[in-house]
Each structure stands twice: as C-alpha cells, then as structure tokens.
Design a protein around this ligand. Structure first.
Ligand code: C5P
Length: 212
C-alpha cells in the first residue's frame, strides 16, 4: 500500500506522514528533505541556487544517510529548496529514488508536493493537507524557536507565502491536489486530531475496496 500526502509548507504533512507510517508499520519518506539536501550542498559550496549543472550533480550524489541532519530543517534551507526544486532535471534525477522507495514492501508513506500527482499517481490513498497560512506560520515559528533558532512570525509567514507561490506556480510538478485526493484541513486540529482524521481517510478507502 502506498499513501501519498501532499500539501503546502508547514501544513503538518510531515508529522502526519510519520505517524501514519508508524500506525501501519510502513516506511516513511519526507521528500522535502531530498530537495533540502540538494539545496544545502549548493549553499555549502557557495554556489548559485539556479546553477543547473551543480544542482543536478548534487542530486546525483545524494546520501540518504545525511537526511537526518538537523541543519536541513532551517527556514533558509527550505526557501533554497524551493528554488532548486523548480529545476526540471533535478526533479527528474530524484524521481526514481522516490519511486523505488515507494514500491518496496510492505508499504510506504511519502509526503511532499507532487507525490499524488507525479511520483505515485497510482497511490492507494492520497491526502492533500491544507491549513490556514497564519496557523502554519505560528507552528513553524514555535518549531524554529524550540530548535534554538531565532524566528519572527511575520517573517516566517512571508517566507511560507512566497514558498507556496513558487511551489504552486512552477512549470514542473506544481503543488496541487490530485483529482482523487482527499482534502484534510489541519487548521484547527492538534496533532492527535490530525492523525485520527488521516487514519479515518485511509480506513474509509480500505473499506470501500473491501480490504481489512
Ligand atoms: O516540505 P519541505 O518544506 O521540507 O519542502 C522544501 C521545499 O522542497 C518545498 O518548498 C518545495 O519547493 C520542495 N519540494 C518539492 N517536492 C516535494 C517536496 C518538497 O518540490 N515532493
């Protein structure tokens, strides 16, 4: 079973993905980390984020062992990821890595921007998570502060809106719900409420297919 979770920045899809994977005993891939890792390696090299050749070679040399690096979590790396992720060849290089991950048994949960539309168009369950931009900015600010980073909520909100704009309007694999995605509005739900809503969606799909 493949569960695809897409949504805008800081909508809570990563937490939902992790919790759904744990609930069902599946593997989880936060695909944003992949683009963040590519962006970080360009930043570390002091390179232009629009340098296609360097971005592609960073994508080809990606080391999944480094996906847990906390330095990938920052707002700055997220914003840079949204620039490199608009480069078609970068997305092309990263496509097979994501598909291989999705197809390995027993099942997988992938979260990102184009999982239900491009990476796994045949996913068994597709969830598109939305949340009010102010709520997302507040959550992201609190997370950044908890990591010891300085964060100003108004600046975080601006960054989130800019990122959404870029992700929704890029020519390749733009952020949008798949036609067969279920919408989950996470604005007024706490983590447990969001997890319950996501599990209810998965269970409804399974029931409609007659599987247990
Ligand atoms: O989800 P996260 O904030 O970690 O994603 C960072 C950036 O990576 C996003 O703003 C988006 O531009 C890009 N991304 C993407 N496709 C995905 C996941 C993330 O383009 N599947």
């Amino acid at each position: 079973m493949i569960i695809a979770i897409d949504g805008p920045a800081a909508s809570g899809k990563g937490t939902l993905g992790k919790r759904l994977a744990r609930h069902y005993g599946y593997r989880h891939l936060d695909t944003g980390v992949i683009y963040r890792a590519v962006a970080k390696s360009l930043m570390d090299a002091g390179a232009d984020l629009n340098d296609e050749m360097l971005a592609v070679s960073a994508a080809l040399e990606l080391d999944p062992e480094k996906f847990g690096n906390p330095a990938l979590k920052t707002q700055a790396v997220g914003a840079a990821a949204s620039v490199v992720s608009a480069i078609p060849q970068v997305r092309q290089v990263l496509l097979s890595f994501q598909r291989r991950f999705a197809e390995d048994p027993p099942g997988a949960v992938l979260d990102g921007r184009d999982i239900g539309t491009v990476i796994c168009p045949n996913a068994d369950v597709k969830i598109f998570v939305v949340a009010d931009a102010r709520v997302r900015a507040r959550r992201r600010t609190l997370e950044a502060k908890a990591r010891g980073e300085e964060a100003d909520e108004a600046a975080v909100l601006e960054d989130i809106l800019r990122r959404d704009e870029r992700d929704q309007n890029r020519a390749i694999a733009p952020l949008k719900p798949a036609a067969d995605a279920f919408l989950l509005d996470n604005s007024n739900l706490d983590i447990e409420g969001g997890v319950r809503a996501a599990i209810a969606i998965v269970e409804a799909v399974r029931a409609s297919r007659g599987s247990s």
